[in-house]
Design a protein. Structure first.
Length: 201
């Protein structure tokens, strides 16, 4: 099965999606910081990325633009997700270069349909009833996080955590490298070559 990297600044959202994907046999990695993505991709051999669109340090669109401009990560499918998308969010995600777009709470069927364009993922089975409340199917309520995490702990083991580097590259450094790539200059192979000083904000 492909190895999926889940990137979201909310740890509880990561745990719920990890539980769903692991029940289907996927191997997962996770991070709450988009600046870590190239390092994780290089170290773990990531096959696809599911990333939240709105994150504090670096949003999903900025991260996707950098990944697609970097030869080392350009071919990795990126699936963007967000809750309550605003007008223009889907178009902005597409312009950034992402390969798919799903709304939160994430249901397996639309996610597997996108992943199925790149990998063999098997039949699109119904989601585990213990992980999703019936009300979720019409969007009237969000996923019951507590019960989902409890179920995940018994079925799928602990969350795979990725420690943050001591000094991750800043969003400004990532943008600078992306713009260099777009201007014809070589893109950096990974964020480790970027300036590691933090943003002043």
């Amino acid at each position: 099965m492909p190895k999926i990297l889940i990137v979201d600044d909310r740890r509880d959202a990561i745990e719920v999606l990890q539980a769903k994907l692991q029940k289907r046999g996927f191997v997962t990695e996770a991070s709450t910081d988009a600046r870590e993505i190239p390092r994780i991709c290089e170290a773990q051999g990531i096959d696809a990325i599911v990333m939240d669109m709105n994150m504090p340090e670096l949003d999903g669109c900025e991260a996707t633009e950098f990944l697609k401009s970097n030869p080392a990560t350009a071919t990795i499918p990126v699936i963007m997700c967000t809750a309550h998308p605003l007008a223009g969010d889907r178009e902005r995600a597409e312009r950034s270069g992402c390969d798919g777009f799903v709304e939160k709470p994430i249901h397996l069927k639309p996610l597997l349909q996108i992943l199925g364009q790149f990998f063999e993922v098997g039949p699109e089975e119904a989601e585990d009833a213990q992980l999703e409340k019936p009300e979720d199917r019409d969007g009237s309520q969000t996923t019951d996080i507590d019960s989902a995490v409890a179920h995940a702990a018994t079925k799928s083991g602990e969350l795979i955590r990725v420690d943050s580097p001591a000094e991750p590259p800043t969003s400004a450094a990532m943008k600078s490298q992306r713009y260099q790539s777009q201007s014809g200059k070589p893109a950096a192979a990974n964020f480790m070559n970027a300036d590691t000083s933090r943003d002043s904000r």
